[in-house]
Every structure is written in structure tokens, then in C-alpha cells.
Design a protein around this ligand. Structure first.
Ligand SMILES: [Zn+2]
Length: 225
């Protein structure tokens, strides 16, 4: 995660899928994200296009650090409230910018607020994006959230194959909420170690996902993944 270096600048949502991660895939000399780098873990970051436009080097750094980059739209707005043209333009613009900045064409879409629309599904298909959600989250944006509360909430549904949603930015949430997510991350990684669960990006989540064929939208438990 890039917590601390992007506070308020970049909407990045780290989704940590538990699966076989590739030791050595990370380059230890990368300055960020510190917690994930220290633990040699890579994740999937869903970026907002408008934030990437403000800080393109940060988005490039995340990709260069070995993380997977997905699309969170250009603006953070409910897609069902937008028309087909606006939806297609929004997702296309974000996808093209991320591809340009990171050098890799994104393949995943996590819609704002986790809400899709028919137009969004059509646009995603045209752009080669697979919509994804999550299996557990820490709700670090709720008032009074702490690392312990975030960890307690997400660990209640922690199992092999689950997708974990954490936010490393507060650009669309209360100021400083990312701190609770950052504090919970070592607790999460420790527990995964205890359970023998490897942590990695969604792209390593399983062959059915990698093929991009029929794994869509809702994370399903898959033991030992
Ligand atoms: Zn969001």
C-alpha cells in the first residue's frame, strides 16, 4: 500500500487476494509501499483516473513495485446514476490513462461503491475489464475506527480465497481514515501467516480468474487459495 505517500492525492484501494504469491516478484529496493514491501507482498490497487492524472508518477511507482493496477473509474460516482455515454467515457478514459501511465493495460474494474449498472457492464466488456468486488472489508472509514477494529471486522470473514478490501487513501472518506487500514495490515498479514495463507493480487487468484472467462463480480471462497 502507498499509505503516507499518497494521502489525499490518490484513491487507491488495495485488494489483497489470498493466493500463491511469488516470492521474488517484488523488488526490495522499491521505496513503497512500505508495509507490503517489508512483507514481500503484492496487492491489487484500484485507481481513480482523476487522481492518476494528478499524480501519474505515483501510479507508475505502484505498478513498478510489482502491484496489479485496476480501474475504479475516472470519477467516484454511482454508475447507475450515469448514462451509457458518460459511463463508457468515464471507464474508457480511466482505463486508457492507467494503461499509458503504468505501461500495462488494466483488466479489472471495481466500480465506485461496489455498484454496477447495465451500461457499466457493457462498457467493461468492451474495454476488456472484469468487474470484481470483495469478500471482506475493514470499514476503516467509520467513525472511531482503529487498527484493532478494522482487523476485527475483516478477520471475521477471513478465509482462504477471500478478497480483502482496504483503502489507503481518504480522498473520498473521512480524513486520516487510511491510518486505521495501515495499522490493521500487519495484523492481517500475521494472521495469514499463522493460517498458512499466502497473500497476493487478484491476478493470482486462480486459473478461472486468470482466464477471464467466467469468474465475475463476486468473490467465492476457495479453500487454500
Ligand atoms: Zn471507491
Amino acid at each position: 500500500m502507498v499509505i503516507g505517500s499518497c494521502d489525499g492525492l490518490l484513491r487507491a484501494q488495495a485488494v489483497l487476494g489470498q493466493n500463491a504469491h511469488r516470492p521474488g516478484a517484488r523488488r526490495r529496493e522499491e521505496p513503497e509501499p512500505a508495509v507490503l514491501a517489508e512483507r514481500q507482498v503484492t496487492a491489487t490497487f484500484f485507481l481513480l483516473g482523476e487522481m492518476v492524472a494528478r499524480t501519474p508518477t505515483l501510479a507508475a511507482d505502484i505498478a513498478a513495485a510489482g502491484h496489479e493496477i485496476g480501474v475504479h473509474g475516472w470519477e467516484h460516482r454511482y454508475l447507475p446514476w450515469r448514462g451509457p455515454r458518460a459511463t463508457a467515457d468515464d471507464l474508457s478514459r480511466a482505463t486508457e490513462l492507467i494503461a499509458s501511465v503504468t505501461g500495462t493495460r488494466p483488466r479489472l474494474l471495481r466500480p465506485p461503491y461496489g455498484v454496477l449498472s447495465g451500461s457499466a457492464l457493457i462498457a467493461a466488456r468492451n474495454l476488456g475489464l472484469t468487474p470484481v468486488l470483495w469478500g471482506t472489508w475493514g470499514r476503516e472509514w467509520t467513525p472511531g475506527a482503529t487498527p484493532a477494529s478494522v482487523y476485527a471486522r475483516l478477520s471475521a470473514r477471513l478465509h482462504g480465497g477471500v478478497t480483502v478490501l482496504l483503502h489507503d487513501s481518504d480522498c473520498t472518506s473521512p480524513p486520516g481514515s487510511w491510518r486505521a487500514a495501515l495499522g490493521a495490515l500487519p495484523l492481517l498479514l500475521d494472521e495469514c501467516d499463522r493460517r498458512g495463507l499466502a497473500v497476493g493480487p487478484l491476478g493470482e487468484h486462480g486459473p478461472e480468474y486468470v482466464s477471464g472467462s467466467d469468474w465475475t463480480y463476486q468473490d467465492q471462497p476457495r479453500p487454500n487459495h
